[in-house]
Design a protein around this ligand. Sequence first.
Ligand code: 1PR
Length: 557
Amino acid sequence: MGLFLLDYGAGNVQSLANSLDKLGHRFTWISSAEDFNTATSLVFPGVGAFGHAIEGLTSRGLLEPLREYIRSGKPYYGICIGMQVLFQCSAESDVKGLGIIPGPITRFDDADKAVPHIGWNTADLFDADASNSSEGTDRPEHYYFVHSFRATYDPIAYPDAASWAHTTTQYGQEVFMASVRKGNVFGTQFHPEKSGDAGLKLLDAWLSQPESQRAVAPPTPRQVRLPQRAGGLTKRIIACMDVRANDQGDLVVTKGDQYDVRDNSATATAETAGAVRNLGKPVSLAARYYESGADELCLLNITSFRHSPLQDQPMLAVVRAAAGCVFVPLTIGGGIKDSVDPDGTKRSALEVAGAYFRAGADKVSIGSEAVYAVEKLRARGGSGDGTSAIETIARAYGRQAVVVSIDPRRVYVDPETYEGPYAAELVRGRADGPAHERGRAWWYQCTVSGGREARPLSVLQLAQGVETLGAGEILLNSIDRDGTGLGFDLDLVRLVKDNVRVPVVASSGAGGKEHFVEVFGATKVEAALAAGIFHREEVSIQEVKEEMKAKGIATRI
Ligand code: 1PR
């Protein structure tokens, strides 16, 4: 009897478990077909790819028992892929879905917008009379979406499927089903377990109802809630923690100044001079940023290129602990690559990523390995061979789970005499620009191992190459701006964002809230990341968001 969670070996289902623990709802994991007979409520947190989900359920002998459970009329809540598998099929894969909802899942059109749809958007689940609402909220809320495929809301083309629509969301010019509800079935395209307090309230409302009420949808037929405002996707503010062991071996949050994390500043004391800057403990900072309204968090293990991350148990323990108190998406980077443990055991990038997903990460960030993979792709004439970390992880967990972190450095040239291969990407200094840029031009060279080694690859070649390989998002750092407080390198952000179709996160250089307004005003970038100004408490995330709201920039506040 009781609440069961279904895991088919997907990505990060630990987040849902953490949410239920926080809310005090006890649960059991489905481990065999027989468990479906015992379950009296079922939540299916689907993370990743449609085909992988169906194949995972099938290989475990759980697909038919799941279909029978849902048809038995017992309460079912499907999250993201857990909602999509209810449909007949998906353009993401050749395998068939459960067919509970007579309609297809199809891909967003990326001609006018970045795909995947990543970020906080409205879903209009609120009821003015929240007291009896089974969704537990009386105000418009933002929820976290991360998907490339969706159930389009089209009562003309798919009237039967549209009859399942509970609420809808608009992204670009498209309106899709944000939630479905009929009888015992409830599904949300967004992730309540990663949607902060709004998502926790929704989960708690569904789980706090008596099971008999949970199995009966609200009074129908209800007018499907169409989006209350077009394009509710907000700009994301991401707090980043660069993590490494200090000289005493403790895992600390550090911060580079142009990637140099050792304190050689004039203000260094006898104790701190030359030491790894220590700006705090990863988990406590992560909790602080979550409470301050961060839309996402990023933890980068910046010395992991030196050893196998799976040997780096402290990092996995940090991820596990952070995921237990943070209910917004967590990206983990550093060492996501094929590696060999000290005892000679080979570890694939997919295995490393899987360990982080099971520990509670939602996305993994790939740095150096992505550079080598694109160099290989270019040597092969522009196609991947299916073996890179990007391809193997995106195939298993969906491209939305794969971020590529780019560490570019400016290379200055004389625009009058330059004849190198990057002429088309050169940025020219403006006459009214900073002195060191006037009369000069530059291109952006990619690096590996945290900027320690430059590679014969430009930032545009890397960005477009990783998009070809299947990356879902680009974290665009700048070695020149890192830690300077001079603002984001707008030329770099514009160059990359205007030439890829995946979402881009601007990073490096934020010195104040005005720099966030500047980068969102001057470029089409979807998110902005900062580290130092948040660690040193020079400005809070809340203050940044209030400034963005005052300047008319869509933000979750
Ligand atoms: O190559 O896959 O093992 O990944 C290594 C990861 O660690 C990459 O994401 C790389 O960017 C990062 N990294 C490696 N060395 C450093 C370093 O600082 N020595 N951190 C490093 C890079 C860049 C941002 C930084 C922003 C914002 N940090 O993450 O937080 O620049 O800083 P600011 O707001 O203070 O200006 P792999």
